[in-house]
Design a protein around this ligand. Structure first.
Ligand SMILES: NC(=O)c1ccc[n+]([C@@H]2O[C@H](COP(=O)([O-])OP(=O)(O)OC[C@H]3O[C@@H](n4cnc5c(N)ncnc54)[C@H](O)[C@@H]3O)[C@@H](O)[C@H]2O)c1
Length: 269
């Protein structure tokens, strides 16, 4: 018996074994949940998620999270496959062509910028709106989206994804109030340490930053399993009154200005 025993979950964003969503999915299954995975058909073709899903015997449904009709069909199929309303959802969806193509923030391609906002933030709005319209999430269900602290602070190179994360967090708060009032559904975001994944590796200075972040985090960077643990706790009945929050899974990074490790790194340089 795990803390998610018998619960039904829908997990967006696993593309390969490094994906935060994949770690969350595995942990949910270990805690007794029944899980459906979803990603875009391109990600399913290019990544290894179909092999991962087959190995764990998990249904995998193609869906573009920016497309309302596909989201509606996804929620319908998920409920059919799992045999009832959905208890928890992980939104682990992000992409920025400006980041990938190394366009500086002050010279972004606006078409890419719109895509970044649509994919990485508006997709949460669309998902929650359709879920409410279809009454797809169970009473007191739990929705978690993944974010990064660049939503609140200037972070050189994080580019338009910082804007998307700020919007994502605000959408989570708005729907946390609306869906909470309607059905007691909780909506939170987990602000995760930098983690080596496909999306996490899009920034060109990332290797330097893993080290810097680790040295500025009193208990070290959180890894993908740490993220999975926080998500499982938020999906469980142990967090029934926690909603509209940003939960930092970052080893203390967000509350730290200087550590002895950083002094060591920079002394005499
Ligand atoms: N890795 C990090 O350092 C880090 C830190 C904080 C937050 N996050 C967030 O965690 C989430 C998951 O990212 P990750 O690091 O596991 O990388 P990842 O590349 O494994 O996951 C990103 C996923 O988004 C999916 N996606 C992109 N466009 C989509 C669309 N239109 N519809 C549906 N899915 C789409 C991709 O296919 C991919 O599976 C993202 O929101 C990311 O911003 C990551």
């Amino acid at each position: 018996m795990g803390v998610l025993s018998g619960k039904r979950g829908l997990i967006f964003g696993a593309v390969d074994e490094r994906s935060l969503a994949w770690h969350v999915a595995k942990r949910c299954i270990a805690e007794g949940a029944h899980v459906v995975l979803t990603n875009t058909s391109a990600a399913i073709q290019l990544g290894t998620v179909s092999e991962l899903a087959a190995a764990e015997n998990l249904p995998l449904i193609a869906c573009d999270a920016t497309n309302v009709d596909e989201l509606r069909e996804l929620l319908r199929q998920t409920q059919e496959l799992l045999g009832g309303k959905i208890d928890f959802v992980l939104h682990a969806v992000a992409q920025s062509m400006n980041l990938r193509r190394h366009k500086p923030y002050e010279a972004v391609n606006y078409k890419y910028y719109e895509q970044t906002i649509d994919t990485s933030a508006l997709s949460l709005h669309k998902l929650l709106r359709v879920a409410m319209e279809e009454d797809a999430i169970a009473e007191k269900g739990s929705v978690v989206a993944l974010t990064y602290i660049a939503s609140e602070r200037y972070f050189y190179g994080y580019n338009d994804m910082a804007d998307a994360k700020a919007l994502l967090e605000q959408i989570a708060r708005q729907f946390g109030a609306i869906y909470g009032r309607e059905k007691g559904v909780r909506v939170n975001v987990v602000s995760q340490s930098p983690t080596p994944t496909r999306a996490g590796g899009a920034w060109k200075e990332i290797e330097f930053f893993y080290k810097y972040s680790n040295h500025l985090s009193p208990i070290g960077n959180a890894d993908a399993d740490d993220c999975a643990g926080v998500c499982v706790a938020l999906f469980s009945d142990l967090m029934q009154k926690v909603t509209m929050q940003t939960i930092y899974c970052d080893g203390g990074f967000s509350k730290t200005i200087l550590t002895p490790e950083l002094v060591e790194d920079y002394r005499d340089k």
